[in-house]
Design a protein around this ligand. Structure first.
Ligand code: O7M
Length: 223
């Protein structure tokens, strides 16, 4: 608990409250969308699609435009988690995303590495898709408690179910809540933020738009 209260909410700078999920599969496309929307997003989330296509070097490139959160939803034993986090932070990530279901020791391994790099760890509690109701939702509050105890900066909670953001916010205290599921998955930006999310994560509704900057600005207008 002490560690969690020592660095509540992490180091991401809250401005637009929007995080771009850049799930495109080419470096050029990633760079062009990130440049076009420069100044709008508080962070860019890069995951498997782009990292498997183009390698870890995209992290450093994109971090010239906005802080990068590396989303590999890390879920391994503590030693492997430690190695993965070191790779991601040394590649220039400012934050990483790790699953909470693997338990305290695995999540703490991520937090230990993040602290060395002055970076953030966001723990996945309940995901935004319908399947998350099968195994994750029933134990999501416990995973939030784990995120607090392990010293994570924040949690991931579903914009597709604002009532669950509200419940997880009650458990999460001052942890940062980042929330995917706005737009393409049917979630409402306003509802997610009103329910207690600090940031909304938005992907397809921006990067698949004919005019990503206009799409991002339209989201800003809603906030
Ligand atoms: O706006 P979308 O639906 O195109 O993209 C949403 C992004 O958020 C995409 O990168 C997903 O992998 C991610 N995501 C979810 O959609 N649901 C979750 O529960 C968790 C994530 C996520 O980012 O976890 C950190």
């Amino acid at each position: 608990i002490f560690r969690a209260t020592k660095r509540p909410g992490g180091i991401m700078k809250k401005n637009s409250r929007l995080i771009l999920a850049l799930d495109v599969e080419s470096r050029d496309k990633a760079n062009s969308i990130a440049s076009e929307t420069e100044g709008i997003f508080d962070a860019i989330k890069v995951g498997y699609p782009l990292m498997l296509s183009e390698g870890l070097s995209v992290i450093k490139e994109l971090s010239n435009i906005a802080p990068v959160i590396a989303d590999l939803k890390i879920a391994d034993i503590p030693n492997t988690n430690h190695l993965i986090c070191n790779r991601l932070f040394s590649a220039g990530a400012q934050g990483v995303i790790a699953h909470a279901f693997t338990g305290r020791d695995s999540l703490e391994a991520c937090v230990d590495v993040a602290k060395r790099w002055s970076g953030d760890v966001y723990a996945v509690t309940e995901m935004s898709h319908p399947g998350a109701l099968e195994f994750m939702a029933p134990v999501a509050e416990r995973m939030v408690m784990l995120a607090l105890v392990a010293g994570a900066s924040g949690i991931v909670a579903p914009a597709t179910r604002p009532e669950r953001i509200r419940a997880l916010r009650r458990a999460a205290g001052g942890l940062t809540i980042i929330s995917p599921g706005v737009g393409a998955q049917g979630g409402s930006l306003r509802d997610a933020l009103e329910a207690g999310a600090d940031y909304a994560i938005v992907g397809r509704s921006v990067y698949e738009s004919a005019n990503p900057r206009a799409a991002a600005e339209a989201l800003l207008d809603l906030i």
